[in-house]
Design a protein around this ligand. Sequence first.
Ligand code: SAH
Length: 344
Amino acid sequence: MREWMGMYPEELRQAMSDMGEKPFRAGQLFSWLHRGAQFGEMTNLSLDLREKLARDGIDQPVSVREKRVSRLDGTVKYLFSLPDGNCVEGVLMRYHYGATLCVSTQVGCKMGCRFCASTLDGCVRSLSAAEILGQVQCANRELGDERVYNIVLMGSGEPMDNYDQVVRFLHLVSHPDGLNVGLRHISVSTCGLVPQMRRFAEEGLPVTLSLSLHAPNDEIRRRIMPIAQRYTIAETLDACRYYIEKTGRRVVMEYALIDGVNASEANAEELADRLRGMQCHVNLIPLNTVKERNLKGVSEAQVQSFLRVLDGRHISATRRREMGDDIEGACGQLRKRRMQEEQA
Ligand code: SAH
């Protein structure tokens, strides 16, 4: 089955001409698909063409399977269904400046970070660009008059391990005839696949790159992130500097504070030394406890003292707000539970 929504306009034009249709039909189809329409609604296309499109492919690859609304802050956690029966998670957060959607790029993940629930059962498969886009369309449908304004690729999966489909998604979601989401409103998060980060710097896409750093030195990073066996922090930060140089955009350093592992004031000092002079911002994340992992978060006082050290050394840093804590908002938690329930 073809995923029409994942095709570039020029690819749709080719497909139309292969089907004996006029090339301008491609533009009509593109705008319908990206508005989230079903074949039945595409009234300016002939019934015959719509039947052919439905026979060869799908219109909407993603649907909402389950949804939970946080009573604390209105954050919505979605379990999205994919055409092959797999499911992935997404989170919709409402901020005063607009709705932010967190999307998944893979079913599961193979990176093996010790603190993350998405990776507990490995990676089932990568998502197609259409399946990533479909998550945005589902959220738009749910939002009614409002639209998703910011997108973060921070759901399950490693975006740099699904490079081509992620880049395709970024081009499609920002297309002026499609959803037209500003690339400056999109963040791509990576655990640090260095060669892909360097390649990504050259794509000419002005998105924000986030690095899941989580440690001030290689010894600590290797204990919690297998990727650190492959690339040193020095190499990884060099790739970030290259990204900054190529795009002119600052990089965000994600740092989840884990008690007794990376959260001491000495750790903060070492982190500040490593980041000095870099155009970056540190995002401190209180760890979401994953019960399968025996790692603990830190107290608010520890967060504040870590922040104070960075502040004192003029490293731009903030503490990320926790949202949806009552609805298993953290990556991989909801899917994991559903899978366990289905097995039981
Ligand atoms: N694979 C990508 C994107 C998905 S994870 C990456 O590693 O960046 C999105 C962010 O959530 C990453 O910074 C990740 O390290 C963080 N994260 C994963 N599990 C977490 C947990 N239990 N508590 C807090 N942050 C977590």
